[in-house]
Design a protein around this ligand. Sequence first.
Ligand SMILES: [Mg+2]
Ligand SMILES: [Zn+2]
Length: 446
Amino acid sequence: MKNEKKDTVVIQAGGLGSRMRELTKDEIPKPMLCFNGKPVLQWQIENLAGYGFREFVIIIGHLGKKIQDYFEDGRRLGVHISYIQEEEPLGSAGALYFLKEMLLADRFLLIFGDVMFELDWNRMFAFHEKHQGKATLLVHPNNHPFDSDLLTMNESCQVTGLSPKNQARNGWHDNCVNAGIYILSKSVTEQMTAPQRMDLEKDVLTPLMKEQEVYGYRTPEYVRDIGTPERFWRAVSEQKSGLWKRKCLTQKQRCIFLDRDGTINKFRGLIHDAEDFELEELAGQAVKRINESGFLAVVVTNQPVVARGMCSIEEVDQIHRKMQTLLGQQGAYLDDIVFCPHHPDQGYPEEIPEYKISCKCRKPGTEMIERMAAKYHIDLSESYIIGDSTVDIQTGLNAGVKTVLTETGQAGRDGKYAVRPDYRASDLLQAVEQVLQDAESTKEAI
Ligand SMILES: [Mg+2]
Ligand SMILES: [Zn+2]
C-alpha cells in the first residue's frame, strides 16, 4: 500500500464533448465512455488511488447524474468522491470556486476528464515542491502539436507563454503541449469571489504567469488527450499493447539517441540559420516509428557554432523549434533535445571565450547521454545511437549503447575515429527498423 496523500484530486468532467458525439450519442458524458472495459473516469481514479490519492472531487455538468449514479461516494473503488454540480456551464475553471471549503491540503491536482495517463505522480509532485510555484503544468511533446495548446518555457522551467490551439500561429514552435494536468495552489481558489464563468488558461494561468508563478513539468510518459474518436481508439490500442506501462518512469526506459546534422536533417556543414535546416526525406517517418515503439527519441548534437560565435544559444533553439515543427507536421516528436555549445580549440576571430573550453559533453564525450539517462531512468545497455559520423559511433562505444551508422550526411567518411558500428543503414528510417529488429531479437534471446 502506497502512502496516503492528502492532496485532493479534482476531475473536470463538466465539458460538453461535442467532438465526441459520434461515440457518446449525447447519452453519456464523455468521461463515462467505455475504455477497454470500464469508463475513462474509472481508469483515472484507479490509477491515482494506486499512488495513494483518496480524496476526489468530480465537477459535473451536462449528463452529470450518470457519473454520480455510477461512482456514488467512491467507496467501491476505495476512495471518497464528492461532486460539484454546475447548474450552468462555468467554463474550464469557474467551478473551482466551490473548492474553497473542500480542500484538505494547500494544493490540489486538477485533471481533465478526457486525458488518459500512466504517470509516476511522485515525480511531478517532487518537481512542484522543488519549484514552489502556484501552478505546475504537465507538459509533453505530442504527435499533433499543430492543433494542441502550446507553451513556451524558459531555462528555469517557468512557463512564459501560452498559445491556444484555436489561435493562428506563425513561425516555429517547441513541441511543448499543455496536457490538461495541473497541480494548483489552494490560493487560486481563494482569489475567486463568486461562482462565474472562468477560463483556466486566460483567467487563472495567464495572470499567474505574469507573477512568474507557473512552472512546466516536462515528461515523456504516456499522456494522451482522447478528445476525438480517432485519438480515443488509438489510446485504447496503445493500452492493450502495454505501451502505457512501458513508458511510465517507474520503469527503466529504452532510448534511441539521434544525431542531428546529416542524420535528421540534410548535411550542410555548420548550420547557424534556421533557413538552412531541412529534414532528410524519411526523418519524420523514422521518428514517428520510434514514438510508436515505446523507445524514447532524444537528439544529442554538437553545436560548436555557438563557441565559434556563428550563432547564439537562442538561434540554436530557434533551429530546434523548426526541427520540432517540421517533425510535428508529420506526426512525429522528440522527447528531448540536448546540445553541446562548446569547442576546445581557441584561435578563431569571432569566438566566444566562455564556450571555448574542453568539456565532457562534446561528442564523443558521454555527458549528454548520461544526463538524459539520469533524467529519464534510461537503461543504456538496451539503448542505441544513430548517426552519420564516426564521432557518433565512438560516442556510442564510450556510453555503452549499440550503434548504427547511416549512409546519409557524412556517411561515416569524416575519418575521425577508426570504429565499426554494430549496424549500417541507408537512412534514418532503415536504421530505426534495424534497431527495433535488434531489440526484438535480444528480447527473445533472454
Ligand atoms: Mg552528424
Ligand atoms: Zn560541451
